[in-house]
Structures are given as C-alpha cells and as structure tokens.
Design a protein around this ligand. Sequence first.
Ligand code: ATP
Ligand code: MG
Ligand code: FE
Length: 347
Amino acid sequence: PLVLGIETSCDETGVGIVRGTTLLADAVASSVDDHARFGGVVPEIASRAHLEAMVPTVERALKEAGIAASDLDGIAVTAGPGLAGALLVGVSAAKAYAYALGKPLYGVNHLASHICVDQLEHGPLPEPTMALLVSGGHSSLLLAPDITCDVRPLGATIDDAAGEAFDKVARVLGLGFPGGPVIDRYARDGDPEAIRFPRGLTGPRDAPLDFSFSGLKTAVARWVEARRRAGEPVPVADVAASFQEAVTDVLTRKAVRACKEQGVDHLMIGGGVAANSRLRALAQERCDAAGITLRVPRPKLCTDNGAMVAALGAEMVARNRPASGLDLPADSSLPVTETHIPGHAHA
Ligand code: ATP
Ligand code: MG
Ligand code: FE
C-alpha cells in the first residue's frame, strides 16, 4: 500500500511516503532553532510552525516520491502522544487531505511508529520484536507481538526520559539545545571512565526493567558545580563521555535482560536517542554477546519524522485494520497500548 504519513507531535513537521516497507519520501521541517533560545520546546511556537510548514512539506514529500496525491491508499497521522496543540495541527491536516482526496484516515500511535519505522530500513519486523524506545519524552521497553494492535509495556522511566537527561546535562555544561547530538560529539574526545556516575535502578531490589535518570542528571550537575566552585576547569569531554556511558550502560543492560526474560532474539532501538553513537556501539557489543540480532534505523529515521507514521499506516492497511473516523481526536496522552484509534463502525 502507498501511504502518506504526517507527524507533528513535537517540534518536527514530518511528512513521509512509503510503499509497503519501501521509503519513497521523508520531508522534515524542524522548528528546533526557534526553540533553542528558550532551552526547550515552546508548545505555542511549535504549533504555529507546524501550521506554516504543513502544506509545503506535504508538497515536498509528494514531489520527492514522484507520485500524485490521488495515487495514495491512505493518509496516516500521529494521533498521540505529544503536545496537544501540535498534534491538533497534524490531525486536522490529515483529516482535510483524507476528506478532500476520498482516502481512508489512520490515526496512529507515535511510539509504535518509532518502532515500525525500522521496517523501512531492515524489512518486516520479526514478531515479537523487543523495542527500546528512547527519546526526549520517553524511555521504555516494549514487547511488540504485532505492531498494528499488540504492544505491551515492560518497563519505563520513573522520572526523566533519556533524551531529557541529555538535554539537561548539556544545559549544565553550557552546550545548548538539543543536548543529545552535542554531547555525543564531545564524548568522542572524552574518557568514559574518567568519572563514575550513578547507574539508576540497578540495585537488587529495583524494578529490573524500569529506568531512572534524574539522579544521574543531579549527580552530573553537582560534580560540575563543585569543580566550578573550586575554580577548576570543567573537563567537558570527560563529563560528556562519562555521563553518556552511564546512560547507555543502563539502557543496553536492561534491554538485553528484557530480551532474555521474554525469550526474544531481536531488539530494535528507536527514538531520538537511538541516534547516539555510543548507544549503538554498546548495544551491538552486548547483543552480539547474547546472541540477539540488533536493529537500529539510520539516525534520520530515529528522530521524529513522517516516514515512521507512514510505515505504521501502511502496515494498518496491509493488515486490514479499521480506518479512523473524521472525528479522530488528538490525544496528548494516548497510551502505548493503543497502537491506533479506529473509528466507530457505522451500520
Ligand atoms: P517524543 O519523546 O514524543 O518521541 P521527541 O521530539 O523528544 O518526542 P525525538 O525527536 O525522537 O523525540 O528525540 C529527540 C531527543 O533525542 C532529544 O532529547 C535529543 O537530545 C535526543 N538526541 C538526538 N540525537 C541524539 C544523540 N546523538 N545522542 C543522544 N541523544 C540524542
Ligand atoms: Mg523532536
Ligand atoms: Fe518521537
């Protein structure tokens, strides 16, 4: 099936087009620079930027794919979770295109889309797939027996998301926003064993598949402050590398553990933090040791984009899942177990 996907859950206006598991177009307009001076995403700015970027981005994607809108088999859109106002722009646009073109509409889950996108990179997902989803808003271990209708949360962060920790530590170090890519870059020149930062929730009595990153963030902030108070220079590369090591050590350890517990031999890692070079390397090392096949999409498909939404939409069409109604809501707290929002059946 030929499907167009629209993503507006945060600060990226993404429009992607896929044919089944083949990527045809991936157009992204980001408002990230407009938020940088505020140190985080400002919802009202994101909504307005989506509104301005929507039609040009759809047109760019159609042109890139070399198809006409009338060729489409469906329109998919992120229905949640995400910023309410931002989601509403995408959902409204998707409804308008679906109605005007007479195509079925599929309101899908953003987190399931982050997993499904790997089909565009490595072909059909094995069933079940274990997924480690790590982004600015989420850090979860998910078991996906069927990405279109059955996704089960096994563990999640009890405080900050992994990406949030990267962003906050970057702020402490004065490296700007978003923090992930810049910490990744600095860490390359640093010693990951220079400072032993805490590994959250890895004690014998802790929930084995949950995460906690706020203690780590605080530990880094305290360490840096102590240095500054003492009038000593802050070894930014070493702090970045040591912090990054603590995050990726816990993430990969628990992901491999989840696979072993569930008897699953495939792990996919998705979400913006999956772009992290150390996470990719350490996951590969530990999966190899455990006999697990690792699947991580290229970085551009890990951060928010429309192709991932189109990928899940195409799977919905392929598996004959019911379409959404034109009364599709945007649900800012859509649970991960709701992979899509089907419409009410009409008699
Ligand atoms: P959601 O959580 O709803 O999916 P989001 O916009 O935070 O929304 P993404 O675009 O998937 O989701 O991820 C953005 C996050 O990924 C940011 O916190 C950013 O710092 C982090 N990130 C991006 N690149 C890297 C990297 N190389 N290393 C670590 N973190 C990274
Ligand atoms: Mg983003
Ligand atoms: Fe995301």
